[in-house]
Design a protein around this ligand. Structure first.
Ligand code: ZN
Ligand code: ZN
Length: 387
């Protein structure tokens, strides 16, 4: 089988031929029909994930057909169309047994704990517990986008932040996870404000239902982009540059300037509510997390979806505000297979349309180039690789 492969972090990416993996006891091998290109794959390649063992094959959002089953697999057979969450639980611990495989202490993750799906075949462990049968109505391309970004947003907004109809939700960063959050929050009946500095991403956010989009430009102290990277965030001269105006656009496309303070602009959009009920950091940086927390009204809920890699492993957050306003700070880490039926039902009924997020479908060669360029890519929406 062919796979995207690297031997050192931030080193050369190549496509190499390997034997098809033989599934271990309880595992299956899946012929990968589609696999999503996610920011986490880029983090894995550049070396932000310290537990990856080299050499490595990345890729963790996938859908395909079972090509071989290991000893003891009972619920699935060769030929079944399946997808899988990016976090795979052991199926035996107290967390897995209570329906919380997404925090299993001995979890496996394709593309992180073992070789992933940027390959023609991938092995999935504890298959009976983790695989999800894919309804015929859902294409491999759509399903591949679900396992990480869409499912993480879904669980974050429904089970963690518990978004209610009529609430205001602000989403910071409109990459794959942020656009998913916009679509899901809208389907839950919320009023949604999407924030980014990439106009193409904001246009996409309006297309899928954002009530307002905010181009934060280089507003003072709040610079963010769905494509900024950990290394360039620290060098952004946002505080010293002359502040640019913040542009707020409504769902009809009418744009207006709203000062230079992002948090104040969001408060203004919400009118007398004076802040949002739920704020989502869908990018993952000190700046976006801080802007998210500060845009909340009293008793609001901050949802951290973007990973927060930093050299120290710590991220300073405005805890003074969290105390004074009695804010809830919520983490969210994927979604267990057991929670998929509710999401799949909303997709089957047309309430959620994750296929609208798929922007590019490319082959393995183009995938290698796209992975390398992910940090500086200006494209909006989700890229799917067909190995
Ligand atoms: Zn477990
Ligand atoms: Zn991902």
């Amino acid at each position: 089988m062919r796979a995207i492969y690297f031997e050192e972090f931030n080193g050369p990416l190549t496509i190499v031929e390997f034997p098809i993996p033989t599934p271990d006891k309880g595992a299956v091998t899946i012929k990968v029909e589609a696999t999503g290109l996610c920011r986490s794959d880029w983090h894995a390649w550049v070396g932000h994930d310290t537990d990856i063992v080299l050499p490595h094959v990345p890729g963790h959002e996938l859908a395909g057909v079972i090509s071989a089953i290991g000893e003891g697999v009972r619920s699935f057979a060769v030929g079944d169309r399946v997808t899988v969450p990016f976090v795979n639980g052991c199926g035996r611990c107290e967390f897995c047994k209570s329906g919380n495989a997404q925090v299993c202490p001995t979890q496996t993750q394709p593309g992180f704990t073992h070789w992933g799906s940027f390959a023609e075949y991938v092995e999935i462990k504890s298959a009976d517990f983790n695989l999800i049968a894919l309804p015929d109505a859902i294409s491999f391309e759509t399903a591949a986008g679900l396992g990480c970004r869409f499912a993480t947003s879904f669980r974050g907004l429904t089970s963690r932040a518990k978004v209610q109809p009529g609430e205001w939700v602000a989403v910071f960063g409109c990459g794959g996870v942020g656009l998913s959050a916009v679509m899901i929050a809208k389907a839950l009946g919320a009023k949604v404000i999407a924030v980014d500095i990439n106009d193409a991403a904001l246009e996409k956010a309006r297309e899928i239902g954002a009530d307002f989009t905010v181009n934060s430009g280089n507003s003072k102290g709040n610079h963010l982009s769905s494509n900024s990277t950990q290394s360039n965030i620290s060098s952004i001269p946002a505080m010293t540059e002359s502040a640019k105006k913040i542009v707020v656009t409504n769902s009809e496309g009418k744009a207006s300037e709203m000062g230079t303070d992002l948090v104040a602009a969001i408060a203004m959009v919400t009118g007398t509510r004076n802040g949002v009920d739920v704020a989502v950091d869908a990018l993952g940086s000190e700046m976006t997390a801080t802007a998210s927390i500060k845009s909340l009204r009293r008793l609001g809920r901050h949802l951290q979806l973007g990973l927060l890699p930093s050299p120290s492993g710590q991220t300073p957050l405005p805890m003074g505000r969290a105390i004074a306003y009695e804010l809830d700070l919520l983490g969210s880490h994927g979604m267990a297979a057991v929670d998929y039926p509710e999401m799949l039902a909303m997709i089957a009924s047309g309430k959620l349309k994750p296929d609208l997020l798929v922007e590019h479908v490319i082959d393995l060669e183009a995938g290698l180039i796209a992975l390398q360029g992910l940090a500086t890519s200006k494209s909006a929406g989700v890229t799917i690789i067909k190995p």
